[in-house]
Every structure is written in C-alpha cells, then in structure tokens.
Write a protein that binds this ligand. Structure first.
Ligand code: NAD
Length: 259
C-alpha cells in the first residue's frame, strides 16, 4: 500500500466522487479527513472508512469560506496526527443559458468551485511549507475544464479556472516538494448529473434521462463513468508513482474529449 499511514483530507466527500475517493485512499492505506456541508452523509462515509480499518474524522465546513477550510485542515491534522494529501473535490454545477446568468448565480458558483479550490490549495500549501514536508494537492476539474459546454458555460469557466490555478500553484510550490495536479472526469453517474439532467429538461424540454443518455452515448468506452473510475486516477496522483508529475489536469473520461 503506497500511501500507508498518510493522512488525506477530501472535501465534498459526503457522497458521489468525493466519497469514492475517500474510500479508495483508505483502501490504499491512508487515514481520512472528511469535509462536507452535510453532517449525516459524512457520518455514514466515516463508518465505511472505519470498517476498512483506517482512522477517520469529519468536520463540517463550507469550502467557499477560507477560515473554515483552514480550520478543517487543523482539525484533521490534530485528530489524525498528520496531513499529507489535500483533495479539493467539492463543487457544484449550474445549468443556465449564458443570456440568463445573474450576478448572484455567477458569484455563488465562483465562490465554491474557484475560491473553494484556491483556499484549499493555499491552506494546504501553507501547512506543508510550515511543517517543511512534501505534499500532494489534487483538485476536481472536468471535461468542462478543457471544453466549454452549452448551458454549462459558467460551470465550464470555473473548471478552466481550476486548471489555471493548478498550473500556477505547481510552479509556485515545486521548490517546496509540493505536487499540484487535477483530475478531469467526464460523465459520472452521481446526484450532480441527476440535477444537470433535470435542469436540461426544464430548459430544453428533453425527457428526464435523455440528456444524460445523450452524453453517455458519446463516450468511446461505451458506459458512464463511476466514482471508482475517478478514484483510481486520484489514487495515482496521491501516491509516489506520480512524484514526477505536477501542474497537470488529465482527462479521465472514457474517451470524450481528446487533448
Ligand atoms: N459528476 C460528474 O459527472 C462530474 C464530472 C466532472 C467533474 N465533476 C466534479 O467532481 C466534483 C464532485 O462531483 P460529484 O458528481 O460527486 O457531485 P455531488 O453533487 O454528487 O457531490 C458533491 C459533494 O460536495 C459537497 N459540497 C457542495 N458544496 C460544498 C461546499 N461549499 N463545501 C463543502 N462541500 C460541498 C456536497 O454536499 C456533496 O456531498 C465536483 O467538483 C464536480 O464539479 C463531476
């Protein structure tokens, strides 16, 4: 187990991709700090991690709040005795024609998807540097971070921003032994896609499930992605096999977007 005894904090780990990453890193030997806005969901994931024989702690925090992110890292470090891997996974979607986006909606998604990732990168890097230790910082990007999608224009722009932050942070922190990378999933069958599909229906009149099936139909490997598919790649980014990789945001999408 290549990350045996390391401590990983995963944001948005109460469900979906974040839960999958938390379980995979626990399976790889790490102890896990869970951060989310939903306490009941964190509690149930914590039980699953305990069952794998790892230490676990959870703390409610909104990633758009810088102080809460700093507090969450301090909490995880003090409860689990170390802090080695930061996964900035929490994010929200927004399905809206560009002509209708309001300042409030723009601000909300930027606060979570962009500022939330920046605060996670900043707080984790400060912690690693203050402790003079190497670390891994990994953030959720998307196929929408490589290509802008209709009705998902603002969401796409937030994921392009994650790629920019990842590249800049990789350059700023390389000399401290901190690797900064991102993962770009395609269409993962989580609650986020249930919501995207529903919103598309409201806007375009498509039947429920139609938009999801249309997107999945474009995947070369012929099936929707699972949280485990994403987590396998994050496991690589979290471990020593990716020590020579930094500033990258590779696509892990079953063959949808080719770069
Ligand atoms: N589902 C996909 O197809 C897909 C594709 C590409 C990228 N992504 C990205 O992967 C990440 C996870 O997506 P998912 O599909 O698991 O979503 P999800 O909606 O199923 O789960 C997101 C989790 O994040 C939490 N969260 C939301 N806002 C938060 C906040 N402000 N602070 C703390 N926690 C918060 C939620 O409570 C939830 O538990 C997101 O960043 C998303 O943009 C998802």
């Amino acid at each position: 187990m290549k990350i045996d005894g390391k401590v990983a904090l995963v944001t948005g780990a109460g469900q979906g991709i974040g839960r999958g990453i938390a379980l995979r890193l626990a399976h790889d030997g790490a102890h896990i700090g869970i951060v989310d806005v939903h306490e009941d969901k964190m509690m149930s994931v914590a039980k699953e991690i305990e069952a794998l024989g790892r230490k676990v702690t959870f703390i409610k925090a909104d990633v758009s709040n810088r102080d809460e992110v700093i507090r969450a890292i301090d909490h995880v470090e003090s409860k689990l005795g170390s802090f080695d891997i930061m996964v900035n996974n929490a994010g929200i979607a927004q399905v809206k024609p560009l002509l209708e986006v309001t300042p409030e909606e723009l601000n909300r998604i930027y606060q979570i998807n962009v500022a939330g990732v920046l605060w996670g990168i900043q707080a984790a890097a400060k912690k690693f540097i203050s402790k003079k230790k190497k670390g891994k910082i990994i953030s959720a990007c998307s196929i929408a971070g490589h290509e802008g999608y209709a009705m998902l224009g603002v969401y796409s722009s937030t994921k392009f921003a994650v790629r920019g932050l990842t590249q800049a942070a990789a350059k700023e922190f390389a000399s401290f032994g901190i690797n900064v990378n991102a993962y770009c999933p395609g269409v993962v069958g989580t609650d986020m896609w249930t919501e995207i599909d529903k919103r598309f229906s409201e806007i375009t009149g498509a039947k429920i499930g139609e938009t999801y099936n249309k997107y999945v139909g474009n995947i070369a490997l012929g099936r929707a992605e699972t949280p485990d598919d994403v987590a396998s790649f994050v496991s690589y980014l979290a471990g020593p096999d990716s020590d020579y990789m930094t500033g990258q945001a590779p696509l892990i999408d079953g063959g949808m977007v080719y770069r």
